[in-house]
Design a protein around this ligand. Structure first.
Ligand code: MN
Length: 335
C-alpha cells in the first residue's frame, strides 16, 4: 500500500551508532491523516520520533479492520524505490499487480514481498464487501542492493512452528522473513533481519530466543500482552534494543504479535512519501521521475486506474544526520 499521508515530510533515519543499546521503549502509534476517498484507520509506529528503524525495518502501518459496509481498499498505481514492501494480513485479501508483470493475491498467513530496487509501480485492491485488517511494512534496501532489479514474490509456503511455552498452550509462529527458532523463510531479503507472527491461542507465558546482534520490536495487534513485564496495548510497538538473548511474552488470552528484528541499520536513510533514498537529491529525482512518467517506474500491467500523484515536496532540504558509518550489513541472505 502507499503512504497515503497527503503532506508527508522528509524523515531522516540516521545510521545507528553501535555500543550501548538504547533502553527499551514503547512506541505508541499515531493516526495518519489520509486524503482521498478512503477513510481507513492507519496507525503508524515506524518511523517514530524516538526510534527511526529496527534493523532494516523502516516503516510500519497497522490498518483496519474495515467493515463489510466500507468501500474496498483501493490503492491505485504508485511508485516505490529503495525498499521492499512486506504485506501481511490478519483478515481479508489484497490483490497486487506491478510494473514487472508481477501479480498475486495475499491472504492471512501468506506474504506478498515486493522488491522495488531502483523503481517499481504497483497497485493494490481488496475485494468488495470483505473486511481487511493488516500490516504494511517496509524494509530499507542496503546501499549495495538498492538499485537491484525490481521484483515480486508471493509466498504461501512460509515455515509454521509450534513453540513450547513455559505456561499455557504452544504459540503458533509463522516465519515471514529471516530465521527464527531453527526455521528459515524462503523469502529473499538483503540484510540480516527477521519477521515472525506469533499467535497465542490462550493465556500463556513464552520465552522467545533472540539474536543478541539484532535489535527487536514487538508490534501488538488486537489484544493486550506483556513483554518483559511491560504491559502493552493493541497498536503499541515495544522497542527492545539489542544485546538480549531472550524476551518473555505473556498473554491473558488469545493474542497475536509481530516480532521484527535485524542488525541495527548501518546507513543513513532519507524517507519521503513512498521513496527511501540516501539524500535529498535522491528524493527529488525519484519524485521528478514519477511525475514525468519516466521509464524508471514503468506502468502497472493491466491496471488502467489513474496513477497517484506525488505530493508537493517541501522546499526545505533535509539531510540525514551524520551517523557512525559502519560496513554495510553482509550481503544477500537468501534461502
Ligand atoms: Mn505501495
Amino acid at each position: 500500500m502507499s503512504n497515503l499521508d497527503t503532506a508527508p515530510v522528509e524523515s531522516t533515519c540516521p545510521a545507528v551508532a553501535l555500543g550501548t543499546s538504547p533502553a527499551p521503549v514503547t512506541l505508541s502509534p499515531r493516526e495518519v491523516p489520509l486524503g482521498g476517498p478512503r477513510a481507513m484507520a492507519v496507525r503508524r509506529t515506524l518511523p517514530h520520533r524516538d526510534i527511526r528503524t529496527i534493523g532494516a525495518w523502516c516503516f510500519v502501518d497497522d490498518y483496519g479492520p474495515t467493515t463489510p459496509a466500507d468501500p474496498p481498499m483501493a490503492v491505485p498505481p504508485h511508485p516505490h524505490c529503495g525498499l521492499q514492501t512486506v504485506t501481511w494480513l490478519l483478515s481479508g485479501s489484497v490483490a497486487h499487480r506491478d510494473s514487472t508483470g508481477g501479480a498475486g493475491t495475499v491472504r492471512p498467513g501468506e506474504l506478498n514481498l515486493m522488491t522495488s530496487g531502483w523503481g517499481i509501480t504497483h497497485s493494490e485492491y481488496s475485494a468488495q464487501g470483505t473486511p481487511v485488517r493488516g500490516v504494511q511494512m517496509w524494509v530499507a534496501l542496503p546501499d549495495q542492493s538498492r538499485h537491484v532489479q525490481p521484483g515480486f514474490a508471493h509466498h504461501d509456503d512460509l515455515p509454521r512452528l509450534n513453540l513450547a511455552t513455559v505456561d499455557g498452550p504452544d504459540l503458533d509462529a509463522v516465519v515471514i522473513l529471516g530465521s527464527f527458532a531453527g526455521a528459515t523463510s524462503p523469502a529473499r531479503c538483503y540484510s540480516p533481519l527477521v519477521g515472525v507472527e506469533l499467535t497465542a491461542t490462550g493465556a500463556s507465558e513464552a520465552v522467545l530466543a533472540l539474536d543478541p546482534a539484532f535489535e527487536y520490536g514487538i508490534l501488538v495487534l488486537d489484544d493486550p500482552v506483556s513483554v518483559a513485564g511491560e504491559s502493552l496495548q493493541p497498536g503499541d510497538l515495544r522497542y527492545l534494543g539489542w544485546g538480549a538473548d531472550t524476551v518473555t511474552l505473556r498473554t491473558t488470552g488469545p493474542a497475536t504479535v509481530l516480532l521484527l528484528g535485524g542488525e541495527p541499520m548501518a546507513e543513513d536513510l532519507l524517507m519521503w512519501w513512498n521513496f527511501v533514498g540516501r539524500n535529498h537529491d535522491d528524493i527529488v529525482s525519484a519524485r521528478a521521475d514519477w511525475e514525468s512518467g519516466a521509464a524508471r517506474f514503468g506502468e502497472v500491467v493491466g491496471d488502467p486506474a489513474e496513477r497517484l500523484r506525488a505530493p508537493i515536496l517541501p522546499n526545505a532540504t533535509l539531510r540525514p544526520r551524520p551517523g557512525r558509518r559502519l560496513p554495510p550489513p553482509g550481503g544477500n541472505s537468501t534461502t
